[in-house]
Design a protein around this ligand. Structure first.
Ligand SMILES: Nc1ncnc2c1ncn2[C@@H]1O[C@H](COP(=O)(O)OP(=O)(O)O)[C@@H](O)[C@H]1O
Ligand SMILES: [Mg+2]
Length: 344
């Protein structure tokens, strides 16, 4: 496949992942497809347990196998111009390790468990530069200090020798971001990177990622359970539910005209109010009922038992994610747009 080229930097097709546990098989990811253009920011939102992390960990080769198993799917990634396309799911461990950190940066929720507690932070960044870019020790140190400055760590030369525990949560996350962007990757995956931080620091980290994304022209996948966070960052948003993507659209489109009852529920919208006035005023509401039992294999709509628009077909087959307009796809048998038009 190496000669193939594609316009997307990443194209995930029909990813299916399960875990075999003592309680039975957990169907964590049930046919996720998504794509990302170079330089684009894709937000992925969904409740806890909807399969966001498992999807991303699968791409990075970080699923523990067993108990996990990537049942099927492809994840075509265009590493760098000219090198052609690889299927991340088909690569062996060394090949993935070479891509991870170099061509795909990643930032997780909990930097303390991702950073090595026994190594000073300068060294942790410098090692990545030496490993992936072949820099010598002096050059890597110089670049590391620049990077620390760049991610907003004041007095970087002094902090080079600090250990992770000497830093606040926000500072540690800045270090993780420095590591993630050190090799100027074309794709960064950020999995709830601000969830553990207080609101002020959260905003600073979001600003930092947004600035770096523009400066380095990176594509970013930003995962959050908070639609508000994603709205401020993303060009496009994918909504996950029960291990599938139920809707994906440009951010304005998603907020103004949600087409899936679950998205509408998340937004606190009712169909007759689909013509709304913007993003800021929308309260997030909780939806009655509980998420689907992932121990059961999904052959109906995963949202059927919580949906106010449910009808017979929703219980009989699983809706596919289909295009309903430019850059807008939805997995639902009910036509919300028809309803919105009728009520105008
Ligand atoms: N190592 C694992 N072993 C068993 N089940 C797992 C494992 N990792 C994730 N899961 C299950 O997969 C489902 C999806 O999890 P996850 O992707 O972490 O959700 P999210 O990131 O959306 O909160 C959950 O039911 C979770 O319990
Ligand atoms: Mg998660």
């Amino acid at each position: 496949m190496s000669a193939t080229t594609m316009a997307d930097i990443l194209r995930v097709e029909n990813l299916v992942v399960h875990f075999d546990t003592t309680e039975g098989r957990i169907h964590a990811v049930n046919g996720v497809s998504l794509s990302l253009e170079p330089g684009e920011v894709l937000g992925i939102v969904g409740e806890s347990g909807s399969g966001k992390s498992v999807t991303m960990m699968s791409l990075l080769g970080l699923i523990p196998q067993p108990p996990g198993k990537i049942e099927s799917g492809r994840a075509l990634f265009d590493a760098t111009n000219g090198q052609g396309v690889v299927d991340l799911l088909a690569l062996d461990r060394p090949a993935l390790r070479a891509i991870r950190g170099k061509h795909i940066g990643f930032i997780f929720q909990d930097p303390i468990s991702s950073l090595n507690p026994t190594m000073n932070i300068g060294r942790q960044i410098a090692e990545s530069l030496m490993k992936h870019l072949g820099l010598g020790e002096g050059e890597a140190r110089k670049r590391t200090v620049e990077l620390l400055n760049h991610v907003g760590i004041a007095d970087a030369a002094r902090h080079y020798d600090s250990y992770p525990h000497e830093f606040s949560g926000g500072m540690r996350q800045r270090v993780m971001i420095a590591i993630a962007v050190a090799c100027r990757p074309k794709l960064v995956i950020a999995d709830e990177p601000t969830t553990a931080l207080d609101v002020t620091v959260q905003a600073q980290i979001m600003d930092l990622v947004r600035r770096l994304q523009r400066e380095l022209d990176m594509a970013v996948i930003w995962i959050s359970h908070d639609l508000g966070v994603v709205a401020g960052l993303a060009d496009r948003v994918a909504v996950m539910y029960g291990g599938t993507i139920v809707e994906c659209a440009q951010v304005d489109q998603l907020f103004d005209r949600p087409q899936h009852p679950y998205t509408a529920g998340l937004l606190g919208a009712v169909p007759s109010l689909l013509e709304t006035n913007g993003v800021e005023e929308r309260p997030l509401v909780s939806i009655e009922g509980s998420p689907p039992d992932l121990l059961e294999e999904l052959n109906c709509c995963p949202f059927a038992d919580r949906c106010s628009y449910v009808f017979a077909r929703c219980w009989q087959e699983r809706p596919a994610l289909l295009s309903v307009g430019p850059q807008h796809a939805v997995a639902c048998f009910y036509d919300m747009s028809a309803e919105a038009n009728r009520s105008q």
